[in-house]
Design a binder for this molecule. Sequence first.
Ligand SMILES: CC(C)(COP(=O)(O)OP(=O)(O)OC[C@H]1O[C@@H](n2cnc3c(N)ncnc32)[C@H](O)[C@@H]1OP(=O)(O)O)[C@@H](O)C(=O)NCCC(=O)NCCS
Length: 164
Amino acid sequence: MDVRVEEAADWSAVYTIYAEAFGQLIEAELVRQLHDDGDLILSLIAHGDKPAGHIAFSHLALPETPTIKGAALAPLAVRPAFQAKGVGSVLVRHSLEQLKSEGYDLVLVLGDPDYYNRFGFTPRLASRLKTPYDGPYLQALALSEKGKEAHGPVSYARAFAELK
Ligand SMILES: CC(C)(COP(=O)(O)OP(=O)(O)OC[C@H]1O[C@@H](n2cnc3c(N)ncnc32)[C@H](O)[C@@H]1OP(=O)(O)O)[C@@H](O)C(=O)NCCC(=O)NCCS
């Protein structure tokens, strides 16, 4: 499985991945809006013989701890034919390594804790933050010692506020 940065030519693959995984285009439209707004930090696509999965990260603002570099993981999807083969895990692990190397301190995700705890995400760290998504599905991962000090309100990229 090859993982690489998504390019403009991959748009139709990105749409296919989300349409198949979620049965809707809301997540693909979110990726496009994040891109158009300049809020996309990282957008990776996994390819086997065909496009298999996609992951995106966008900027977070933490006004009470402004030196902490935060990123939101969303969305993530793997096409049904490629699920449960490790593609999602490769995308998450590859991304986290890259974000860490770029100096990111904190990643937030809204998702199933049974899936995300394998990468080290915990609701405990997220519970110190105030977001529009507070609750048991909001999880955080510190990529640095500084990231563990995160607290207070968090602003997501504008595209999230426009989600229905
Ligand atoms: C969730 C998803 C991204 C995982 O990717 P994947 O490539 O299938 O996952 P991996 O092969 O890396 O990991 C498989 C493991 O995740 C588990 N898993 C898969 N989907 C899960 C889910 N929605 N919740 C909890 N665990 C899940 C599997 O049971 C398996 O567990 P095991 O390793 O203990 O056997 C993918 O299945 C998907 O796109 N699903 C539909 C869209 C979706 O629900 N996205 C949610 C993103 S928050």
